[in-house]
Design a protein around this ligand. Structure first.
Ligand SMILES: [Zn+2]
Length: 119
């Protein structure tokens, strides 16, 4: 598998989601914030949280999944199902590059959804 290509694809997706969050946040705010550079630096972390808070829940969930996929990629566990440990189907990874489980486990999780099951 071409992990570099996968990483690039995931990073691009993460940038898209963050960009969307920034734009949404700017829309919500309307007024320009004339902060000093020093002060702006101090609030960067808080601002990041605010920015991500502007994303829809589904976009936030996807962003977390993309981050998780990048971590698994770095750890060499990207192609392994987080639930059963089997290899995730390559065509599934191609279709859903941030998934952390194989088709069977994903279907099991989907049918368990609503009962608060996770992992
Ligand atoms: Zn599995």
């Amino acid at each position: 598998m071409d992990t570099d290509a996968v990483r690039q694809r995931l990073l691009r997706r993460r940038d898209e989601l963050r960009q969307r969050a920034t734009e949404t946040n700017a829309d919500l705010r309307h007024e320009a914030d004339p902060l000093s550079a020093d002060f702006a630096e101090q609030v960067t972390q808080r601002e990041n949280d605010d920015v991500l808070g502007a994303l829809s829940e589904s976009a936030q969930a996807e962003l977390q999944q993309v981050d998780g996929a990048l971590r698994r990629l770095a750890a060499g566990r990207y192609t392994y199902c987080a639930v059963c440990g089997e290899q995730i189907e390559p065509e599934r990874l191609a279709a859903v590059p941030y998934t952390d489980r194989c088709r069977i486990c994903a279907e099991a999780a989907a049918s368990a959804a609503g009962r608060g099951a996770r992992n």
